[in-house]
Design a protein around this ligand. Sequence first.
Ligand SMILES: O=C([O-])C(=O)C[C@H](O)[C@@H](O)C(=O)[O-]
Length: 428
Amino acid sequence: MRDAAMMEHRIREVRITPVAFRDLPLLNTVGVHEPFALRAVIEVLTDSGLTGLGETYGDAGHLDRLRLAGAALVGVDVWHLNELARRVRAVVAGDHGTRGHGMSGMVTGSSTADRVLSPFEVACLDIQGKALGRPVSDLLGGAVRDRVDYSAYLFYKWAGHPGAEPDHWGEALTPDQIVAQARRMVDEYGFGAIKLKGGVFPPEEEVAAIHALRVAFPDHPLRVDPNGAWSVETAIRVGRELDGVIEYLEDPTTGIEGMARVAEAVSTPLATNMCVVAFDHVRPAVARSAVGVVLSDHHFWGGLHRSRTLAGICDTFALGLSMHSNSHLGISLAAMTHLAAATPNLTYACDTHWPWKHPEDDVVVPGALRFEAGAVPVPTAPGLGVELDRDALARLHERYLSCGIRERDDTGYLRRFEPAFDPTAPRW
Ligand SMILES: O=C([O-])C(=O)C[C@H](O)[C@@H](O)C(=O)[O-]
């Protein structure tokens, strides 16, 4: 038999399994994203007997496109990622999807084709790694760090609304409760950086929470992200107040023009995963000096290779690079970790929603991924280094089928409460 590394590995079948997992009542600018988060698990099977894994959003519109693209990929050799991309682009041509996973413009404007391509590219890299007997980080240039730092991701959290099930995190609505949440994250996971999801309460209350965090964690870099909920004037006022307190201010307002006006007036770097979410946003953002840090996210930048292209662009223009997350499972955590490990200029701690997930809710066999001192050791096994737990996949798929309201799932979250305001307009 020929060595697996020398062989073609043609795609024989693509399996797409939507799953739902428990989500806590975390508050963001568009309401409460519970009781379930939706994802799709991608399995790419080759004629040579290898299987690769990918993970992506599980909203209905995205699933439709994934199914179309998956069918078009049969026969492609997993080494031919350009052909993979060509076929995905042909299938979603002309669809610039304002629909699909995202909140208040977060990934609106990102390329639909890139969002669809991403999990298939990751699955092909998983197969390539398995064929070569090398970790995915080696396919991306090699790990420059053996552990990837992640940031504690704090959320205001509601416990008292009807139907809420008790959980061990309790409520977090006041600065003291936010500090307690951070303390727990730092104690349990060892996180060395802290991000607060804001845009929920009047800015003064969120600034008070940041000051309380500053006192409680004098050495931790802090960030706050109101998801564009502030007007330019509010963003400038708050930004000036937080100058010197936080390492970056993420999406204080919406749009490149608004961000540029804020950037002119405050010294703290502005970061974004809302106004630079596709390659054609980079040039106007650079021209206006609108952002100092871009949050990459392989789920919407088109996979791991394209995320490294973004990293190169950031390097060229002296932009900082960080990483964004949504509620995710272990396949994505593995992909994020390989990517961050192999991206030298990704020097900020990456976002992760991991602590908010119930430990039993995953589709990967436990043990391959763990947090140590706020970081995930980079898997060294071939491919992504994670294995699918078929029983768990079946269980979370069953939950997807039974959790209800799938036709309303454009955000990828099944929300008990809808926002009573326009989430795309500044609230303060
Ligand atoms: O900017 C961010 O970190 C996000 O938008 C990530 C998520 O969508 C977050 O806001 C959430 O889960 O509510």
